[in-house]
Write a protein that binds this ligand. Sequence first.
Ligand SMILES: *Cc1c(COP(=O)(O)O)cnc(C)c1O
Length: 229
Amino acid sequence: MTAPAPSQTPAAQRLEDIVLRMEKAARRIEGLAVPKLIAVSKTFGTDAIEPLLAAGQRDFGENRVQEAQRKWPALKAAYPDARLHLIGPLQTNKARDAVALFDVIHSLDREKLAKILANEMAAQGRKLPCFVQVNIGGEEQKAGVAVSETVQFVGRCREAYGLEIAGLMCIPPVEEAPGPYFAQLAQLAADAGVSGLSMGMSADFETAILMGASHVRVGSALFGARDGH
Ligand SMILES: *Cc1c(COP(=O)(O)O)cnc(C)c1O
C-alpha cells in the first residue's frame, strides 16, 4: 500500500502529522520547546481553512493584506480566538488595514514602516507584536534588513517607536542548506536581545526547530501544493 499524496489526505490528518514531526524534532535536543505552528493559508480559500480551525489550529499566516481581508473577517467571527500573522511584505499604504485585521506582523523591514505601524497601532488602540525580517542571505531580490544593521534596527524600533519586537524572521536562500542561516538568525536575536525566531517552512521546519525556532510557518505541507506560487 502506498501512502496517499498530501493533497488527498484530510487536512486534520496532515495537521496531526506535522505536529508529531515538530514534537519529535524538539525532543532531539534537551530543553528545546515545540514552537508555535503558523498554518500558511495564502492562496487557499475558507473551505480549506475551516477544517484546520475545526481541528483546533489557531495561528494562520497570510502574505497579502487584501487576500486576507476577503477571507478572514468571516473566519475570525466564527473563531474569535484565531490569530492572524502577516508574513509577506507590507506596503505602507496597507498598514492601516493590516493593523486592523492581523494580530502579529512578521515582515517589519524598514524604518518608514516602523513609524507608520506605530502610528496606526496608537490610532487604533491595538498593539501588535512584530518580528523584524532579516535578509539573512544578503540576497538582492529579498526583503529584510541587512544582517549588519539588525541589532541597531531592533533598538530603534523599540526606543524611537515603542514597538513590541517579539523576535526576528528570515527566509534563507532557496538553493542552500538552511541550517547555518537559522543558526545565524538565532545568534543575531541574542545580540539584539529578542527571544522569538520565526523561521522554518514546509521543507525545513525540523532544521529550524533544532536551531531554536519559536514559530514555524508551514503552508504546502498542510494545505497541499499552491498553483503558480
Ligand atoms: C508561503 C510562505 C511560507 C510557507 O511556505 P511552504 O513552503 O508552503 O511551507 C512561509 N513563509 C513565508 C514568508 C511564505 O511566504
